[in-house]
Write a protein that binds this ligand. Structure first.
Ligand code: NAD
Length: 532
């Protein structure tokens, strides 16, 4: 069994499917799944229409084991390549992603139901991430000289070795960003990758894999398996040298337990209940635009999107009017062009959660200011952008992540109360602060319990700052993607210390007592000289 063999293909046709989604493309992409030729198949559903989308081969635990064997065999030669060689491949990938973006946009929309605008953000994201790690990895991972205990006597170097084979479990909500974005630094660091993209959006992930091969990635270095976590998750974990997981907090906790048992590292990018704080000196119109951008991208199925909106009492009425007016004007619908503002949810269970959260809130006294209903006339999984107020702690969506186009507005009296309310959540992924005074906004931002905080922006400012770490505090996860941390986590640090002359034991002609005095005097001198 090899990863590159052809599988029989099914692809749906008819209304609601884009031009790029041809049988030939699906055949080429599914041929890259690590699965037997006679593998069982699963048919995904097109969110826009509810009709069948594509038939995908399903990997067994044995297929996953074989993928690791191939990855392990390919990894040393990949790690032995120079940073320049790996960089050339990644920069070619960057160019191919931009050149062939329409294919990716079609696939992402067909699989997730998001708008073309939201899908385009993923293309941008992957171009930025590829360029950053292609050009930055050599410096981030170069051997670094470190100080020895006594200057000049010890030559100490910190080396960074690849972990080996990294497992990446990526979700369906940002199928290109999450799949390729977490594999890229792992590959640049010299690892092989075995990835399990979510089945619903696997074609997009396979498209990225296909393009990376076109860019020159050697066979076997990046493999993809498809299947349920309950079927192949344990085999992934058993074989991985490091686990990069994105998904819910509940699954993340299980992954952390399993990684602990195996004593391997894990990076966990989990859920959120992100807060936006609009201070009384905010530019109301700009903040209302920002709130639209914060709450409804990818129909609210974005880990860093805003579900709690705290507004200073003096400007609450004006802000709410501006925000609600904008939300009501949003163009919701299905289309493979840039014409829509909001698409649909990705699967039925998302629609059920959103509906249940809003119904529960309304039944317990919440007021609907905009939206609040499904739109089956537009397609089976459409739900209107929804703004609620009068939300109280008994309501499920007060504290639980909805992961849909629903936001609750709460008033606050002063900054202290705003900070306390925003921080009253076990999650801590992303937050947003609005103020005309940038320094004040940044000062409030620093007090928020969140891995990223955006001032006068929703999430893209922090997410797009790919040179800076991004990830969650508290129940939102462990570890970071982006920046130095986003690649160092895929490496083992090794310290090589070469003792040039005398070590720490005395030479035979110096008694221990005298040696202790010499060392004591040396330590005092080092402190007096200001040495670190
Ligand atoms: P989920 O946890 O239900 O599933 C995620 C993936 O994990 C699925 O592909 C599943 O097959 C797999 N899985 C399940 N058990 C496994 C196991 N034991 N071993 C390996 N894989 C296993 O999450 P979901 O509902 O698909 O995704 C939505 C969640 O993801 C939301 O909570 C969202 O906030 C979060 N998310 C977080 C980020 C972030 O960067 N923090 C980004 C995107 C999504």
């Amino acid at each position: 069994m090899v990863a590159d063999q052809a599988h029989p293909v099914t692809v749906a046709s008819g209304p609601g499917l884009p031009a790029a989604l041809t049988s030939d493309l699906v055949a080429r992409l599914t041929a890259r799944v690590a699965a037997e030729p006679d593998a069982a198949r699963v048919t995904t559903t097109a969110p826009y229409t509810g009709g069948p989308l594509a038939g995908l081969p399903v990997s067994t635990p044995a297929d996953v084991t074989s993928a690791f064997v191939r990855a392990r065999a390919a990894q040393p030669a990949w790690a032995a390549k120079s940073f320049d060689e790996r960089k050339r491949i990644l920069l070619r990938f960057h160019d191919l992603v931009l050149a062939r973006q329409n294919e990716a946009l079609d696939l992402m929309q067909a699989e997730s139901g998001k708008t073309r605008r939201d899908a385009f953000l993923e293309v941008t994201d992957i171009a930025i991430t590829s360029r950053y790690y292609a050009r930055g990895a050599a410096k981030l991972l170069a051997p670094k000289r470190r100080r020895g205990a006594i200057p000049l006597l010890t030559h100490t170097t910190e080396l960074r070795h690849p972990k080996g084979v990294v497992a990446v479990v990526s979700p369906w909500n940002y199928p290109l960003s999450m799949a390729a974005g977490d594999a890229i630094p792992a590959l640049m660091a010299g690892n092989a990758v075995v990835q399990k993209p979510d089945t619903q959006t696997a074609l997009t992930a396979l498209w990225a894999l296909d393009l990376m091969h076109e860019a020159g990635l050697p066979p076997g270095v990046w493999q993809m398996v498809i299947g349920r976590g309950s079927s192949i998750g344990a085999t992934l974990m058993d074989n991985a040298d490091y686990m990069m997981f994105t998904g819910s907090t509940a699954t993340g906790r299980q992954i952390a337990r399993d990684a602990g048992e195996r004593l391997i590292g894990a990076s966990l990018e989990l859920g959120g209940k992100n807060a936006m704080v609009v201070l009384e000196d905010a530019d109301i119109e700009r903040a209302a635009d920002g709130a639209i951008a914060a709450c409804f991208p990818s129909t609210g199925q974005l880990c860093v999107s805003i579900e709690r909106l705290y507004v200073a009492e003096p400007i609450r009425e004006r802000f709410v009017a501006a925000f609600v007016a904008r939300a009501r004007k949003l163009k919701v619908g299905a289309g493979y062009d840039f014409g829509y503002d909001v698409g649909c949810l990705t699967n039925r269970s998302q629609l059920e959660t959103v509906t249940a959260h809003v119904e529960d809130a309304v039944a317990k006294g919440a007021t609907v200011l905009a939206g609040g209903r499904a739109r089956p006339d537009l397609g089976p999984l459409f739900y209107e952008p929804t703004i609620l107020t009068d939300v109280t702690p008994e309501m499920t969506l007060y504290a639980h992540e909805t992961f849909g186009p629903v936001v609750s507005i709460y008033p606050f009296r002063d900054v202290e109360e705003a900070v306390a309310l925003a921080n009253a959540s076990p999650y801590g992924l992303n937050a947003s602060v609005w103020s005309r005074d940038g320094a004040r906004g940044r000062a409030v931002a620093a007090r928020l319990h969140a891995g990223t905080v955006n001032v006068n922006e929703a999430f893209a400012a922090a997410w797009g700052s790919v040179d800076a770490p991004m990830g969650g505090m508290g129940d939102s996860g462990l570890g970071r993607r982006h920046g130095a941390e986003g690649i160092l986590k895929y490496t083992e640090a090794q310290t090589v210390a070469h003792q040039r002359v005398q070590g720490f034991t005395p030479p035979p002609y110096i008694p221990h007592r005298a040696w202790a005095r010499i060392l004591t005097a040396s330590l005092k001198l080092l402190k007096a000289l200001g040495t670190r």
